[in-house]
Design a protein around this ligand. Structure first.
Ligand SMILES: C[S@@+](CC[C@H](N)C(=O)[O-])C[C@H]1O[C@@H](n2cnc3c(N)ncnc32)[C@H](O)[C@@H]1O
Length: 292
């Protein structure tokens, strides 16, 4: 039995972005994204491309999303000496390897995390080294960040690619609230993530890639109308940038859906967002009264 055959439920979704990144160079060379490690790993674990990468729009969307995450991580690294990155719901993502090859020798620490069964699989593929460690972290657990050991003096960036929409609304809100609280002492704090609008969440089982997941109860659970609504969870978060590239680069139909949704609602259908923890003056205000 191949190592990935036992993946069931939400962990199986990690095969969708892995397949997309592994195929990027061959299928969409004009998108200028090549991930040799993903190519190697997809071959090693024998990913079924016909199943997980059958939908070209989803593949292009993942490539655009991964390019966005790579860029914001690289920019954070350029701004802060020896930062730490904490990747949540890492799946078999190769973001660490890509950042390392683009970092031109600049040092950083990297922590990969996911559910226990995914971490067991990851450990058979990605060896930890002096700069990268892998830990089990179920974001549905209360006070989950208390278990993340980061030096307080460092700049810290959390990355969550293709993750928060799978969390319950309570768990998702807790992630943003607890991150601001637990890492309050970090010299700088950013959080890069992608989010689905409530309209997208309502239609998630129609998503071509998600329909390939064996367990048909797997669906998006948490929708966020606007990234700036996170200030209602914790006033310390402010939005530095947002991008609809995973929609606009995915093809004419996703681009049209994004445009029409924006016209009708004034909001994004699906987007990547970068949050920054604002300076101490607002920090003292902490959580908003009555925040969940
Ligand atoms: C679509 S995959 C994305 C994987 C990876 N970030 C990538 O871009 O390749 C979603 C990931 O979220 C993880 N995940 C879902 N719920 C989680 C939870 N409660 N705690 C931690 N990870 C979770 C899954 O195990 C899976 O690896």
């Amino acid at each position: 039995m191949s190592r990935i055959e036992g993946l069931r439920g939400v962990p199986e979704t990690l095969l969708i972005p892995l397949a997309a990144r592994a195929l990027a160079h061959r299928r969409h060379p004009r998108m200028r994204f090549r991930d040799r490690e993903a190519e190697r790993i997809a071959e090693e674990v024998q990913v079924d491309f016909d199943r997980y990468a059958a939908d070209g729009r989803s593949v292009r969307g993942v490539i655009a999303r991964s390019r966005w995450f790579d860029r914001v991580c690289l920019e954070f690294l350029a701004r802060h000496p020896e930062p730490t990155f904490v990747s949540l719901g890492s799946g078999l993502n190769t973001m660490y390897e890509r950042l390392r090859s683009a970092a031109e020798g600049r040092r950083f620490r990297w922590i990969d995390s996911d559910l226990p069964e995914v971490v067991s699989l990851r450990r058979t593929i990605f060896p930890d080294d002096s700069l990268r460690t892998t830990i089990e972290l179920d974001l549905a657990d209360p006070n989950v960040f208390d278990r993340v050991d980061v030096a307080e003096s460092r700049a810290l960036m959390l990355v969550a690619e293709g993750l928060v929409m799978y969390l319950s609304p309570e768990a998702a809100v807790a992630v943003f609230r607890d991150a601001a609280r637990c890492f309050a002492a970090a010299r700088a704090l950013c959080f890069a993530f992608d989010y689905a609008s409530p309209s997208m969440v309502a239609r998630s089982r129609q998503h071509a890639a998600l329909r390939k997941i064996k367990d048909d109860s797997v669906a998006f659970q948490w929708g966020l109308p606007r990234a700036k609504d996170l200030a209602a969870i914790d006033l310390r978060w402010t939005v530095l940038e947002e991008s609809s590239a995973p929609m606009t680069c995915a093809g004419p139909l996703p681009a049209a859906i994004e445009a029409v949704h924006r016209i009708l609602t004034g909001r994004r259908f699906y987007a990547c967002a970068l949050l920054e923890r604002v300076a101490a003056s607002r920090d003292s205000q902490g959580e908003t009264p009555g925040s969940p």
